[in-house]
Design a protein around this ligand. Structure first.
Ligand SMILES: [Zn+2]
Length: 231
């Protein structure tokens, strides 16, 4: 059993908020937890975040985590023209590659038109992590992809469910298990006017939940690795 823990570094709960509280306070809490647990992760990061929070990127790269692309300004690629999509990938890649090699990509909202996959190849990407096994589009994709695709196993809010609900859910997932979280989940958004799945159990409960999930997978004998190391 292999677990690929991934993190999307972006504004808070897009498209509802435009603040960066997750980057300001949540990211450091998450990095400390990963260090305490000794597990690597892949950080899909927007170009905007890379330009605004270079110290966080320097720290995560130094800690041995992998850096991946997440668009430049967290726009929905299904609404972009080919010129806009190309610019989002080109500009973000330039900002991110100042910190580390970047060969994996995840589209914002886990929505990436298949016709744009060649743009990733043209910009030096080898892995697309934009698909999700809990979305219908994953089962509709048919054409052979020009690069490796690794789909998310479960949506992030599931990890914040009470353990009795979450455990049977996680137990059903096939290897490689691709989990994802966001730094804003580790900021207390419980009293914000937000969609329920964005706010419930955020803050300290989310951090505790992630630790429980990591330890549960360790007990199952799972190994953790970054997306490029995954099989
Ligand atoms: Zn995102």
């Amino acid at each position: 059993m292999q677990v690929l823990l991934t993190v999307d570094l972006e504004p808070d709960c897009p498209p509802y908020l435009h603040t960066f509280r997750g980057m300001e306070t949540g990211a450091a809490l998450l990095l400390q937890l990963l260090a305490d647990e000794g597990v690597p992760a892949t950080f899909f990061t927007t170009g905007e975040v890379a330009r605004r929070f270079p110290a966080v990127l320097t720290r995560l790269v130094a800690a041995g985590h992998e850096l991946g692309g997440h668009g430049d300004t967290h726009r929905d690629f299904t609404r972009l023209t080919v010129a806009e999509a190309t610019a989002e990938i080109a500009v973000s890649s330039q900002s991110l590659r100042r910190f580390a090699p970047v060969t994996a990509f995840r589209a914002p909202y886990l929505k990436f038109p298949e016709r744009y996959l060649p743009l990733l190849v043209a910009h030096g990407y080898q892995i697309d992590a934009s698909q999700a096994k809990y979305k219908l589009a994953y089962y509709r994709s048919s054409a052979p992809a020009p690069l490796k695709r690794i789909a998310a196993s479960v949506t992030s809010s599931v990890l914040r469910l009470p353990d009795a609900l979450r455990r049977p859910w996680l137990a059903r997932l096939a290897s490689p298990v691709v989990l994802f979280v966001h730094p804003w989940e580790f900021v207390d958004l419980r009293n914000e006017q937000l969609r329920l799945d964005c706010r419930f159990n955020t803050g300290p409960p989310a951090l505790a939940a992630l630790q429980t999930v990591i330890r549960w997978f360790k007990q199952q004998g799972a190994g953790f690795c970054t997306i490029s190391q995954g099989s």
